[in-house]
Design a protein around this ligand. Structure first.
Ligand code: ZN
Length: 475
């Protein structure tokens, strides 16, 4: 693969998790070769004028489900569509969850994932979802860490009979991951109790989308997070609580961190910026917000912001898992990608929503402009901390000599409005439709190659490379 030709970014305000200064950046061989007050372009060198713009590290989204299928539904964004949406939103690295098909080995699941990710437009790594804790699986986990650059695993405490590990298996898997120096990601919701609540609701004829949220109460996330933390402590395993959405789970994480345990947490824009009034919409509209965990009552959001401020939550990812609300023009996308699979009952609505394209701008607007956080903290949340925690730093997640030239030229003042009709996900809706945002991605470089210029797509499918990752779980 040939690297992009040399280029120069001039007069941009470079903002990293620690620095903020105006300088030029020389890019050669896909990497940053020099950063200095003034650099001169060589003959024929592309020059990107960045005066008045922020130059940010390409954002890193460590929670996506692209081209992912369940027995009844499959996500509408494959790697090509999902990573193109990511690029337009300033995200140049995605770490996707690889789900091995039922009964398949982890290695077979990974091979299948590599086939699917081959058309990615930005760089991609994988976390491996572990569905049992048998001897063969544990041996494969070792191989994945040692040979495949997969240094994080995910365990589900929800979805009994499908994805869930019961406590004994969870403990065994945590201990194996800890011994390998890998990071254990956990979906913390008490699956069996949720199942009981779902059955009770359906028995009473409560089938509307809002019952999805009512049958997954906040307490059951707090309980599961605390249980995961206790089991991880006993197993001596660093733990990363994905998509943390409640005050109860946050308190569990805070208590653990006060004791010095290696416990980390991620939240998502939808839990910071929305509340459960979204489920009051007429008819089936609430299905757009059916995801797990659900959007929470309004009291949780401010506490999650406090968690970001205190540093107890280290990352903001999307959990991009996109379905359509309709079925596309003339039904061309079909029912298997659609929320309409659950028209008859909320428990059949595919869980998940799009988000890859809006995370960076949403968080700039919300964290920096509305919540008074520094630009450094914003960059840390969306790029640097995820890169560090998942073994990608300093190749990804910062602007430094020797790092990949993954760069976002960002106008911190441009105002725009989120419209699903203008986004690049194949989903037909946005969780943030109509939201006014200040700050917009103007240009995106992936390893020195300009892949987004305003509304123009200059990238291509297959440009994204696989990222074997180093040790995870340190920050
Ligand atoms: Zn997820």
């Amino acid at each position: 693969m040939t690297a992009a030709p040399a280029s120069l970014i001039r007069n941009g305000r470079i903002v990293t998790a620690s620095d903020d200064f105006v300088a030029d950046i020389l890019i050669e061989g896909g990497r940053i070769q020099a950063i200095a007050k003034t650099l001169s372009p060589g003959p024929g060198m592309a020059v990107h004028e960045a005066a008045g713009l922020l130059v940010l590290p390409g954002a890193v989204d460590v929670h996506t489900h692209l081209d992912s299928a369940t027995p009844t539904a499959s996500t509408v964004d494959d790697f090509a569509a999902g990573t193109r949406a990511a690029a337009f939103g300033g995200t140049t690295t995605v770490v996707d969850y690889c789900t091995p098909p039922p009964g398949a080995s982890l290695m077979a699941g990974l091979e299948d994932w590599h086939r699917r990710r081959a058309n990615a437009c930005v760089d991609v790594g994988a976390h491996m979802i572990v569905l049992n804790a048998g001897a063969e699986t544990l041996a494969e986990m070792k191989t994945l860490v040692a040979r495949e650059g997969i240094t994080s695993f995910k365990f589900f405490m929800a979805y009994p009979g499908a994805l869930m590990l019961e406590d004994g298996a969870l403990f065994t898997a945590l201990r194996a991951a800890g011994a390998l120096g890998a990071l254990s990601c956990v979906h913390a919701e008490n699956g069996p109790v949720i199942q009981s609540l779902v059955q009770a609701a359906l028995a009473q004829g409560q089938t509307a989308p809002r019952h999805h949220a009512l049958t997954r109460p906040a307490l059951l996330e707090g309980e599961a997070a605390q249980r995961a933390i206790d089991l991880a402590e006993l197993a001596q395993a660093p733990l990363y609580v994905v998509h943390l959405s409640t005050a109860q789970a946050l308190r569990a994480v805070q208590r653990a961190r006060l004791r010095g345990l290696p416990v980390f947490a991620e939240t998502c824009p939808q839990y910071l910026l929305l509340d459960d009034s979204v489920y009051e919409a007429d008819g089936f509209e609430g299905a757009k917000y059916v995801m797990s965990p659900p959007i929470r009552p309004a009291s949780h959001g401010p506490q999650l912001w406090n968690g970001l401020r205190s540093g107890d939550i280290q990352t903001v990812a999307t959990d991009h898992c996109a379905f359509t609300y309709g079925e596309g023009p003339e039904g061309q996308l079909g029912l298997r990608h659609s929320k309409r699979l659950g028209l008859a009952a909320f428990n059949r609505i595919p869980n998940g929503a799009p988000g890859l394209e809006t995370r960076l701008a949403l968080m700039h607007d919300a964290a920096v402009l509305q919540h008074g956080m520094s630009l450094h903290r914003f960059v840390d949340l969306v790029a640097t901390a995820p890169a560090r925690l998942f073994g990608l730093f300093p190749r990804k997640g910062t602007v430094a000599v020797g790092s990949d030239a993954d760069l976002v030229l960002f106008d911190p003042q441009e105002r725009w409005t989120v419209r699903a009709t203008e986004h690049h996900s194949l989903s037909d809706y946005s969780l943030f439709e109509g939201r006014q945002i200040t700050g917009r991605v103007k240009k995106v470089l992936l390893r020195g190659q300009c892949i987004v210029d305003g509304t123009q797509w200059l990238g291509r499918e297959g440009l994204g490379q696989y990222l074997p990752r180093g040790a995870s779980g340190r920050i």
